[in-house]
Design a protein around this ligand. Structure first.
Ligand code: 8X3
Length: 253
């Protein structure tokens, strides 16, 4: 019972908690799903839950050739993607910039920015041609509020936000919507990935507070995606009630 429901939804990085939450929501609205992931065994029972047609794509979003080949081979019933959720992304490391692993920097930029832009660029022309579509980019509060140890992660998310807004500038009059969703603290495997499997350090991020859940993010994404076609949410920033911006830091001698 929504004003509008997308019919073919592509979700990148769909094997994580956000992807699963988005997939459940859009399947419940009757959408066919294209789900991408590096390791499809990580779907962990999600696929059995989904009753609408699903097309899987196995690739690392950074592998442009693999992405292009999979998109070129899309079965006809999945070709007219009307919602792309650029969800694949990650943080690696939280040490100060001068101690960071430069391989981590490359992976974050290549995944969060380069791959997101390329996938958008591959799918956008079809949407413009059909004069219909919606791109939802998963950015972060990190794109607006820098923090110690955030360096390239924060910068990579600022790219996502600015790219989203810039796309809007090109897409007015085309019927294609663009939304940037910027969550703050959400309890998922995000920190476990960031801290490379250090479960104790990861759990401290969410200790003694009430973070958002992947479901909360899915609620926001679904809201923006089911508004009537004349209505575009440019960006939406969400945080748990327990989180807020901090003061600027001062070094004192
Ligand atoms: C996730 C939010 O604050 O850990 O993007 O960067 S934060």
């Amino acid at each position: 019972n929504v004003p509008y429901a997308p019919k073919v939804v592509m979700i990148t990085g769909a094997t994580g908690a956000f992807g699963a939450a988005f997939a459940r929501r859009f399947a419940a609205l009757g959408a066919k799903l294209i789900l991408t992931g590096r390791d499809l065994s990580k779907f962990n029972g999600l696929l059995e839950e989904i009753k609408t047609p699903v097309h899987l794509m196995k690739f690392d979003v950074r592998d442009r050739k693999a992405v292009e080949a999979e998109l070129a081979a899309l079965p006809a019933e999945f070709r007219d993607i009307d919602l792309l959720i650029n969800n694949a992304g990650l943080a690696l490391g939280a040490d100060p910039a001068y101690k960071a692993d430069l391989d981590d920097w490359e992976v974050m930029i290549d995944t969060n920015d380069k791959a997101l832009a390329i996938i958008t660029g591959l799918i956008l022309p079809g949407m413009v041609e059909r004069r219909h579509g919606h791109i939802i980019n998963i950015s972060s509060t990190a794109g607006s509020y820098p923090y110690p140890g955030g360096h390239v992660y924060c910068a990579s998310k600022a790219f996502v936000t600015q790219f989203s807004l810039s796309l809007r500038a090109d897409l007015i009059g085309t019927g294609v919507r663009v939304t940037c969703v910027e969550p703050g603290m959400v309890q998922t495997d995000f920190s476990l990935v960031r801290f490379k499997g250090d479960a104790e350090r990861a759990s401290k991020v969410y200790a003694d507070t009430v973070p958002l859940t992947a479901e909360d993010v899915a609620e926001t994404v679904t809201w923006t995606a089911t508004l009537p076609p004349h209505f575009n949410v440019n960006r939406v920033e969400i945080m748990p009630t327990t989180q807020g911006p901090g003061a600027l830091a001062v070094h004192r001698t």
